[in-house]
Design a protein. Structure first.
Length: 311
């Protein structure tokens, strides 16, 4: 018993861990009495420690926090407590950046939704509150002022009822035979206010209230004068004392007529087709007083026309 106690004490002294390094003690051979368990120094008991595992096998699976590999070694990822202050600061900064990106994404998504809703509402309004449409007469070609409309110059298109122009005609027959008071472009809606009253002539429909249309024959080619131009009228008297007087100035040209009495167009050929243009007759807008003066001058003098510069 004395030798065993000495051997046990020697082994215990060489293999025992420092206090606080081992969790419990186990017997060397699994034997011993109760008194021996309480006094390891005299009975040969020693503190237990795991055997040396050696280098880690590279074939071992990746370790997880708190796991033990097949050789009994503790392995796992570093926890937040074991991270350095710099690592924790970087993680916190990335967290704040992620929250900012998320907030910005949500704001952009909300704005996109609002814009799409507005576009959808505008498209719905364009179709009309009830989606109803109606036919509208529009110009099928360029139409000048003073032209008597033909059915071929008008076409019918469907418009949303909410955006139909006031007074718009709904068929070509409503516009045929009426005179255009103003020029119409292709696709422009034909309204009642853009046309002369029904049964009005091509000239009477163009004369404003309070004015008159006075015809003055000229030697000018029709292509030199356009409706809307301004001209002066000169009267040359051939009496014993020939002289010229200014009868009227800045008179507006209502229409330009050829020899046949039709509206002249630029480049109009004469009957022989030689290319020489016929002389133009100008319809001028005058007041009732000017009308009397021009008629008196035309009876005793020759009227000449001069063209004013453009504004």
């Amino acid at each position: 018993m004395k030798r065993r106690s000495q051997d046990g004490r020697a082994r215990g002294g060489s293999d025992a861990r420092a206090p606080g390094e081992s969790g419990h003690a186990q017997p060397e051979h699994g034997g011993g009495s109760g008194s021996d368990r309480s006094t390891g120094e005299t009975t040969g008991w020693r503190a237990w420690s795991p055997p040396d595992q050696g280098p880690r096998d590279p074939n071992d699976p990746p370790a997880t926090a708190g796991s033990i590999d097949r050789r009994g070694r503790q392995r796992g990822r570093a926890t937040g407590a074991s991270r350095s202050p710099g690592t924790r600061a970087k993680a916190s900064a990335w967290s704040r950046t992620s929250r900012r990106y998320l907030t910005a994404s949500l704001v952009l998504a909300a704005l996109s939704f609002v814009m799409l809703a507005r576009v959808a509402g505008s498209a719905s309004a364009a179709r009309g509150a009830d989606g109803a449409v109606q036919p509208i007469a529009v110009a099928a070609e360029e139409i000048a002022a003073g032209v008597v409309l033909r059915p071929s110059q008008i076409r019918v298109e469907m418009f949303p009822r909410a955006f139909a122009p006031p007074g718009a005609l709904t068929s070509a027959s409503q516009a045929a035979g009426r005179v255009a008071l103003t020029g119409l472009h292709v696709g422009e809606a034909v309204t009642d206010t853009r046309l002369a009253r029904v049964r009005a002539g091509p000239v009477a429909s163009l004369v404003p209230q309070g004015l008159r249309a006075f015809a003055v024959p000229t030697a000018l080619p029709p292509s030199l004068v356009r409706p809307g131009d301004r001209v002066d009228l000169l009267a040359t008297f051939g009496s014993e004392h020939p002289h010229t007087e200014l009868v009227a100035s800045a008179l507006e040209v209502l229409s330009v007529l050829g020899d046949a009495g039709t509206s002249a167009q630029p480049g109009l050929l004469d009957a022989s087709g030689s290319g020489a243009q016929s002389a133009a007759t100008l319809l001028l807008l005058v007041t009732p007083d000017q009308e009397l003066q021009l008629a008196a001058a035309a009876s005793v003098a020759n009227l000449e026309v001069t063209i004013d510069p453009a504004d």
